[in-house]
Design a protein around this ligand. Sequence first.
Ligand code: ADP
Ligand code: UDP
Length: 237
Amino acid sequence: MEQKEQLYEGKAKKVFATDDPELLIVAYKDDATAFNGLKKGTIVGKGVINNKMSNRLMAMLEKNGIPTHYVRELSDRETLVKKVSIVPLEVIVRNISAGSFAKHYGVEEGIVFDQPTVEYSYKNDALGDPLLNTSHALALKLATAEEIETIRTYALRVDELLKAFWKTCGVTLVDFKLEFGRLSDGTIVLADEISPDTCRLWDAATGEKLDKDRFRRDLGGVEEAYAEIMHRLEEHL
Ligand code: ADP
Ligand code: UDP
């Protein structure tokens, strides 16, 4: 697969064209950002970990009936994916209160919900990714009602599968963000990444944070946490 021109450089990844118009190469960087890009830094080795973790988790999801963009890992940091037109919604699933949920609603972190919550943000950096509901997404023509229904169904199934998987690793899946896209024929597939950058993962025994909150909140041991969560995954997948 021949890598061609760079199409995009984001905060965490670069995206390249290939000689196949239906395929892209994503390259994971060690750059870390938080608070809509206000905080910047480097997490050494993150790109390798996020690439491998996302690929293994997507392969597991695919085996369990979730269509994804994942095609093949090309190297430590590079992966071949199906090109999609991204649905500009950040789909956030929560099992336990944390982060912006705790802040918005004035509750402590760590409240276990009876059922997962699903929420959407408009993926728009200039606007600061504002929260929106299904009616807003329809009014803005970000997706059709049918697409939103498909996305919601997939997101809840992904939650079940990831929760069960991380449990085998002694890890609690607190919350996570997904992105979906449309293939050229309109099929909705899971895209982007699933990694400690996009999930909150707590050690089930100690509650220790094994995700990007260590960077966001200056907790220290950031690289160690990424290495530890990757090690847990490799033992179980
Ligand atoms: P951001 O754009 O938020 O800074 P990244 O640095 O992760 O994020 O950049 C990767 C970009 O590629 C994101 O905008 C993401 O929506 C997009 N993307 C992810 N998977 C695909 C795909 N399969 N096809 C097209 N675009 C994708
Ligand atoms: N998240 C993400 N990208 C974003 C916003 C959130 O990957 O732009 C993930 C985040 O890592 C967490 C979940 O989505 O696992 C919920 O994040 P929250 O809304 O609590 O926002 P935050 O605390 O990151 O501001």
